[in-house]
Design a protein around this ligand. Structure first.
Ligand SMILES: Nc1ncnc2c1ncn2[C@@H]1O[C@H](COP(=O)(O)OP(=O)(O)O)[C@@H](O)[C@H]1O
Ligand SMILES: [Mg+2]
Ligand SMILES: [Zn+2]
Length: 474
């Protein structure tokens, strides 16, 4: 199917192959590239569509369409286009975070403004709540651990989301990672001048912090909305019902299907504080409160890790936070994602020795040092390289040494626990990635697992790169 984007079209459904709307004659392919398939959301200021990007072999994407206000007033239209362009630039920056959809394009066409972004396959949390019922405490803890670093990331870049709620959080199906969507969407077309006067509520009333309702959103307003999101997910009851207006207090705990621990209740209550001063100061503070083992707090305080967390190309905050929490599995996945990004590839199996040369020394070193620091030397490329060399592994590949490479690679895999055998008498066999030991009890050099995927194809170039980078520092 193809969907007509003309806001007043009476019969927008069109056959797949159509280039112009059968009903109203509008062009169906934006910029000759983006074609809407079906609507997936409708807000006050625009609509959201599932779409395909014909410039990228029909890869799925999302089109967001905004109707700027005061279309009969050219000056106002110009103003909202300017605002929109500024927002889009900001979105483009934010899209570099692994939990925020990437911005593909933005433009104006036929008096509508468009954003095209990466499609996240999965369900939003409102849909998940409806399907699976109230969230457990454990699920809420995981949600906070996953989302707070992303929220800190946007706040660090001076952006307030303003509309955090279950509908705007998507759980990606493939890896269950949470994504934030609907950034400043309302803000784009609702400069305060235009809407505050008419009393239109920006954001979603149930989730909006008191100060934001009065038109003064601050970073902490997002923390409040995230708190309301948590109690909605924990109780499966509309936040309106969870507030006692007579006594001016939250009464969410009495609506819980299952009681929660005092510690999480206190954390959520501090997110929900109506007075800004009583609320948590930042996402990092909530992360610290959640993290009973205190790993983040102690690492940050000890100051033993002074690593710049963002280079020109990628951001390491997410990797750092996963490592600090000892979530080795998520950290390993993130490492694959980062290396692929730095090498300009989209799939692990496409990665070649030549690509590794594109990864800058700074980037490679940052990833390595984060791993080495947080695992206290157990995991990281450096420790893998030491093991590799101690087993006679070469750093320079040439066709003649193929068998030697293959042989050392297998021995290496045995040593770091990528292959195992049941007893001395049975053969060594490769383990499945799902059977990796994501704990500090794993063999030294067990992680990161990127060379597990590619055989020794990239191993020598990775270690060689690491060596030449270190040599150049000395
Ligand atoms: N990039 C995306 N990938 C997948 N689904 C998305 C994406 N962006 C939005 N959605 C889905 O579409 C719905 C509406 O989009 P949203 O950006 O929130 O617009 P609205 O302003 O209408 O709330 C969201 O609740 C979400 O379920
Ligand atoms: Mg939304
Ligand atoms: Zn039409």
């Amino acid at each position: 199917m193809s969907y007509c984007l003309n806001p007043i079209c009476q019969k927008p459904e069109n056959p797949d192959a159509a280039n112009f709307c059968v009903n109203c004659g509008s062009r169906l392919v934006l910029k000759d590239l983006y074609k809407a398939i079906e609507p997936i959301g409708q807000g006050g200021f625009g609509r959201t569509f599932r779409a395909v990007d014909l410039g990228r072999f029909g890869q799925p994407c999302v089109i967001k369409q905004f109707f700027p206000p005061a279309q009969n007033n050219p000056a106002a239209l110009q103003k909202s286009i300017e605002l929109f362009n500024r927002e889009a630039e900001q979105l483009n920056e934010l899209g570099k975070h692994p939990q925020i959809p990437e911005l593909i394009a933005y433009f104006e066409q036929d008096a509508s403004l468009y954003l095209v972004q990466e499609l996240i396959e999965g369900q939003n949390l409102a849909e998940e709540l409806e399907e699976q019922g109230a969230f457990s405490e454990q699920k809420i803890r995981e949600l906070l651990l996953d989302l707070l670093p992303a929220i800190q990331f946007i706040h660090d870049r001076q952006v307030i989301h303003r509309d955090l709620k279950p509908e705007n959080i998507i759980r990606r199906q493939v890896d269950r990672r949470l994504f934030l969507v609907d950034f400043g969407a309302a803000k784009v077309v609702t400069s305060k001048r235009d809407f505050a006067k008419t009393g239109t509520v920006i954001g979603s009333a149930e989730y909006t912090a008191p100060e934001q309702t009065r038109g003064k959103a601050v970073f902490k307003s997002d923390i409040y909305s995230l708190g309301v999101t948590c109690i909605h997910l924990l109780t499966n009851i509309s936040p309106f019902e969870l507030y006692d207006d007579v006594h001016d207090v939250w009464i969410w705990q009495q609506h819980l299907p299952m009681p929660v621990s005092g510690s999480i209740a206190r954390i959520i209550d501090r997110m929900l504080a109506r007075a800004i001063v009583s609320r948590f100061d930042s996402s990092i503070d909530i992360l610290k409160a959640l993290d009973r083992r205190g790993t983040i707090a102690s690492a940050a305080q000890a100051g033993d890790i002074q690593i710049s967390l963002s280079t020109q190309t990628v951001d390491y905050t997410y990797l750092r936070d996963r490592l600090a929490l000892g979530d080795w599995q998520a950290a390993d996945r993130e490492t694959n994602t980062l290396i692929l990004k730095l090498a300009g590839r989209s799939k692990k199996k496409e990665l070649t020795a030549t690509d590794i040369k594109k990864v800058s020394c700074d980037d490679l070193d940052t990833i390595d040092r984060l791993w080495m620091n947080y695992s206290k030397g157990r995991f990281g490329f450096s420790v893998q390289r030491t093991i590799w060399e101690s087993m006679g592994g070469l750093l320079y590949y040439d066709a003649e040494s193929y068998w030697r490479f293959a042989d050392t690679y297998l021995k290496f895999a045995n040593r770091v626990g990528w292959r195992t055998r049941k007893s001395w008498l049975t053969k060594w066999e490769w383990i499945k990635y799902g059977d990796f030991d994501f704990s500090l009890q794993a063999a030294q050099g067990h992680l990161p697992g990127i060379c597990y995927w590619d055989g020794f194809g990239i191993m020598d170039s990775l270690f060689y790169r690491l060596k030449s980078c270190h040599d150049s520092y000395d």
